[in-house]
Write a protein that binds this ligand. Structure first.
Ligand code: NAD
Ligand code: DAU
Length: 362
């Protein structure tokens, strides 16, 4: 294990950063949460070396990393985690791996499951093989609360619960986790897993409910609510998720899993839609009920005691985080308007046209 980074100048709230490894590989660092994690690390008083390995799929965007592009401790490597040569070149230069790289959208996994298995399972295996060869200090697998499957009220999922994934995306993430578990048990690879909840905030590709609804509302388009809009999720602000992952990297126990979630009463789709309408000053008639998502998980809810015992807690409520997020999308049309073109609408047409009422699609 490498010497920890961090400096005596750290504030009390950042003392966890002293436990961070010195050289960190962030796969998928050009995506939504990965880029927030990179910006967090490089904003620390004495930052570690950060290498980003990212294939720049439709969801990867170097604009997410523009503010750190010239940072002396940052380097970008364009490459695929399924490519052993690209992985080897990156892994040779670091002490630990944090794997954010994934296909991450449930609706796309329902349309095309194969790419999810490729990246989320096989790609994780390629990274684990490299970690095994290099004898790294830590391998942090960024996973999701979706691996627990649908959770009946009033239960909260704890880290020891069985994994019961139900969507192709969730199954691919559970498959990645299982590889991690096997590599820990069989080869002693020092794996840690985080299971985060539904994350939202700046720089999120506008396909998940919050950024899709905000940008659709700003364009005067329909907000397509699946089924009755009663499915509930635990919504977490992206910077809180990124800080939770960094704390687990610094302080987490090898072999353990950590639920990272807001931990409040879960929020349903209708509430998300209503809040977006209010915050954007849009017409409530934009909210349209469409055919439900196949296999829709109706409830995720996390027990976050383990993270809170580590000293982590969210800094935003959903109300404050959503307000900030809406403001960001209002101010950063330069970021999202170019994304909502070409290939974005190809996906949108495939996913939403069969659902009556989703409104006109360009
Ligand atoms: P994202 O889709 O915004 O970004 C994924 C990133 O991975 C992109 O930069 C993409 O280019 C890159 N990538 C994809 N395939 C790759 C490959 N084969 N090789 C290298 N890079 C590749 O995803 P996100 O929302 O930031 O999620 C990041 C991670 O967190 C994922 O593992 C996801 O499963 C997990 N997660 C997401 C959420 C959420 O609500 N968004 C919640 C919990 C966990
Ligand atoms: O729970 C963590 C997971 O959250 C992450 O692992 C995934 O990467 C992320 O995509 C997210 O998965 P969900 O399927 O929960 O997120 P999504 O934003 O797609 O959907 C949230 C809820 O909103 C869900 O009940 C479905 C509903 N929804 C979603 C979309 C895109 C709609 O009603 N209409 C929509 O158009």
């Amino acid at each position: 294990m490498a010497e920890p980074a961090g400096s005596p100048g750290l504030g009390a709230g950042e003392s966890w950063a002293q436990g961070l490894p010195l050289r960190i590989l962030v796969t998928g660092g050009a995506g939504f949460i990965g880029s927030a994690f990179v910006r967090l690390l490089l904003g620390l008083p004495d930052p570690p070396q950060v290498i980003v390995l990212d294939a720049l799929t439709y969801a990867g965007n170097l604009a997410n990393l523009a503010e750190v592009a010239d940072h002396p401790r940052y380097r970008f490597m364009h490459g695929n985690i399924c490519d052993p040569a690209a992985v080897e070149a990156a892994v040779a230069e670091v002490d630990c791996i944090v794997n954010f790289a994934a296909e991450s959208h449930v609706d796309r996994s329902i349309l095309d499951p194969g790419q999810f298995i490729q990246t989320d399972v096989f790609g994780t295996y390629v990274l684990l093989e490299a970690a095994r060869r290099h004898g790294h200090g830590r391998f942090l697998q960024v996973s999701t609360d979706e691996v627990y499957g649908d959770v009946e009220a009033p239960r909260l999922s704890t880290e020891d619960d069985p994994l019961r994934p139900r969507s192709p995306y969730a199954a691919s993430k559970a498959g990645g986790e299982m590889q991690c578990r096997a590599y820990h048990a069989t080869y002693g690879v020092p794996v840690i897993v985080t299971r985060g909840s539904n994350t939202y905030g700046p720089y999120q590709y506008p396909e998940k409910i919050i950024p899709l609804f905000i940008t659709n509302a700003l364009e005067g388009r329909a907000l397509p609510l699946y089924g009755r809009g009663t499915a509930v999720r635990d919504y977490l602000y992206v910077d809180d998720h990124a800080r939770g992952i960094a704390m687990v990297l610094a302080r987490g126990a090898i072999g353990a899993a950590y639920n990272i979630g807001q931990g409040d009463a879960p929020i349903d789709g209708q509430t998300v839609a209503r809040s977006v309408v209010e915050l954007t000053g849009s017409d409530p008639a934009l909210v349209t009920h469409v055919k439900d998502r196949p296999g829709h998980d109706l409830r995720y809810a996390l027990d976050t005691t383990r993270m809170r015992q580590m000293g982590w807690s969210p800094t935003r409520t959903l109300a404050s985080g959503l307000e900030e997020t809406v403001r960001w999308y209002q101010e950063r049309r330069d970021w999202w308007e170019p994304i909502k073109s070409g290939a974005f609408w190809d996906f949108y047409r495939r996913n939403y046209r069969p659902l009556a009422g989703a409104g006109p699609v360009p």
